[in-house]
Design a protein around this ligand. Structure first.
Ligand code: HEM
Length: 500
């Protein structure tokens, strides 16, 4: 028998088995509607991971607010309206609180012992609670305010330098450097020089982790085609990324355990976690691996999301000079003359707060939230959703739902001035931080940074486009990854303003 015939004989029964399984699934009238795919790979070939939220939004216009996909051997559903989001994330919160085990995310989270990629259960509940109480609480977030203050002041000085020499400011660079500066000091007490090798090692590592968590591994959907990932070099790349990440975290931990280390006034996140380990105040032993996993999780969850949000807000304001002028007038008149706008007074700026909400509506930094997985079978909108179904909640589509939003594509902060809708997860029409048990626990830290950075950028400077450029030239292309970071730099001219 020729080798080809032999291979066919061995693989044909497997292929037929999956083909019939797949067909049966698609003939089930209780499943939500969805596009037809091919045997074995299902709809995988129709989707592009780099702008999945946009493609899923288009598909929702055809198949409705709850539709099915077949991703290889995995069944998936996509939620695209506030009503269905409420049904899933509120009425069936526990069922929808799982996370799928995807190779890149599992590897970089030390097999799901962090918060974000940990399966729903006791461990996740405990580790999340530990972080919410000890690291992400309002008291702890306030204790980091001097770091935010210092870093924002440093940024203002840098931009003032550009302004006085009429040099263009690249806001992509400035904002990623600022947010990673804040998180490095908050998480492990280090401050890197702007263009130093240590900074670029850290930034490179973070970028690679983000990429590896977002990349599509074929083996996650069709396990017996795992060799395709190997051929593409993905497994080697992931292994290398993990080794570097582990080396970096170990260095940080060793440094913190060194008795001769100079300590600063405020404890950083690693200090807090090591203290909990020492006091044995976690239900089981908190290991060095647990600490590394949580540390990596918080670093990645905090940096790109915050930088992306601030950059989208500045992008929208530069594109809408009327709104820019109005928000600047509000901040400048309410804040008066001072060295810096402080965190506590920002609560008094209603138009400013409305601008943040409106931008998060149009540019949710994590448009598909983090993928969920159902823990058990349930019925949603009359459809039967099996256990272990992959769930995408498309915040991008929900934030544009024509039945909820008037002129959904328009940038109109005024729509939030009456203060009835907030983005903390109770109002399902606006969920940039997700909702339910798995919603973002870092929201206080995120808002504290966002508020301070933006209020001061708008207080100290007027912003103009460089000569020859119009607002139509500003695009909204994004870099691939879980968080949507603006791809092409937003380059603008800052003009220092003397406030009265
Ligand atoms: C503008 C900034 C941020 C945005 C837009 C954002 C958004 C999100 C979203 C959409 C999720 C998934 C929620 C879901 O599945 O329902 C999430 C999860 C998470 N975020 Fe954030 N986030 C931000 C900042 C932060 C910060 C500063 C931290 C911590 C320092 C953080 C820590 C986390 C963690 C640990 C999770 C996983 C929660 C779980 O699975 O239980 N995030 N975030």
């Amino acid at each position: 028998m020729s080798p080809l015939v032999l291979v066919l004989c061995l693989t044909l029964p497997v292929l037929l088995f999956f083909f019939f399984q797949y067909n049966r699934a698609f003939k089930n009238p209780l499943l939500p509607p969805g596009p037809r795919g091919l045997p074995i790979i299902g709809n995988l070939h129709q989707l592009d991971n780099s702008n999945l939220y946009l493609q899923l939004w288009q598909l929702s216009k055809k198949y409705g607010p709850l539709f099915s996909l077949q991703l290889g051997l995995r069944a998936a559903i996509v939620v695209s309206s506030p009503k269905v989001a409420k049904e899933a994330l509120k009425n069936h919160d526990v069922v929808f609180s799982g996370r799928p085990k995807l190779l890149g995310q599992q590897k970089l989270s030390y097999n799901g012992i962090d918060i974000s990629f940990s399966p729903y259960g006791n461990y996740w509940r405990e580790i999340r609670k530990l972080c919410v109480v000890h690291i992400l609480s309002s008291r702890r977030v306030s204790s980091f305010s001097s770091i935010r203050h210092f870093e924002v002041k440093y940024m203002i000085k840098k931009i003032s330098g550009h302004a006085s020499s009429s040099k263009v400011t690249n806001l992509n660079e400035v904002l990623i450097s600022l947010t990673s500066g804040i998180i490095c000091r908050t998480a492990f007490g280090r401050r890197y020089e702007d263009e130093g090798t240590e900074r670029s090692r850290f930034q490179g590592l973070l970028n690679e982790c983000e990429a590896m968590m977002g990349v599509l591994f074929v083996s996650d959907y069709v396990p017996f085609l795992g060799w395709v990932d190997k051929l593409r070099g993905l497994n080697t790349r992931l292994e290398k990324c993990f080794k570097e990440l582990d080396k970096f975290s170990q260095e940080v931990i060793d440094e913190h355990m060194d008795p001769s280390r100079k300590t600063t006034e405020e404890e950083d996140i690693i200090d807090v976690l090591l203290q909990i380990k020492k006091e044995r105040s976690f239900s089981s032993d908190l290991t060095v691996e647990n600490i590394k996993a949580v540390f990596m999780d918080l670093l990645i969850a905090a940096t790109d999301t915050t930088a992306a949000a601030t950059l989208w807000i500045m992008t929208e304001l530069v594109k809408h000079p009327r709104v820019m002028k109005e928000v600047q007038e509000e901040i400048r008149s309410l804040a008066g003359k001072k060295d810096m706008v402080e965190e506590d007074e920002i609560q008094k700026f209603p138009y400013f707060k409305a601008v943040i909400k409106e931008t998060m509506r149009l540019h949710p930094p994590v448009p598909l939230l983090l993928p969920r997985e159902t823990n058990e079978k349930c019925i949603i909108e009359g459809y039967e959703i099996a256990a272990k179904t992959l769930v995408y909640v498309n915040a991008w589509a929900i934030h544009r739902d024509p039945e909820t939003w008037k002129d959904p594509e328009e940038f109109l902060p005024e729509r939030f001035l009456d203060g009835t809708i907030d983005f903390r997860g109770q109002d399902f029409e606006l969920i940039p931080f997700g909702s339910g048990r798995r919603s973002c626990p870092g929201i206080l830290m995120a808002i504290a940074s966002l508020d301070l950075i933006l209020a001061n950028l708008l207080y100290f400077f007027d912003w103009e486009l460089p000569e020859g450029m119009t607002k139509e030239d500003i695009d909204t292309e994004v870099l691939p990854g879980l968080a949507q970071y603006k791809k092409n730099p937003l380059c603008v001219l800052a003009r220092s303003v003397k406030c009265k």
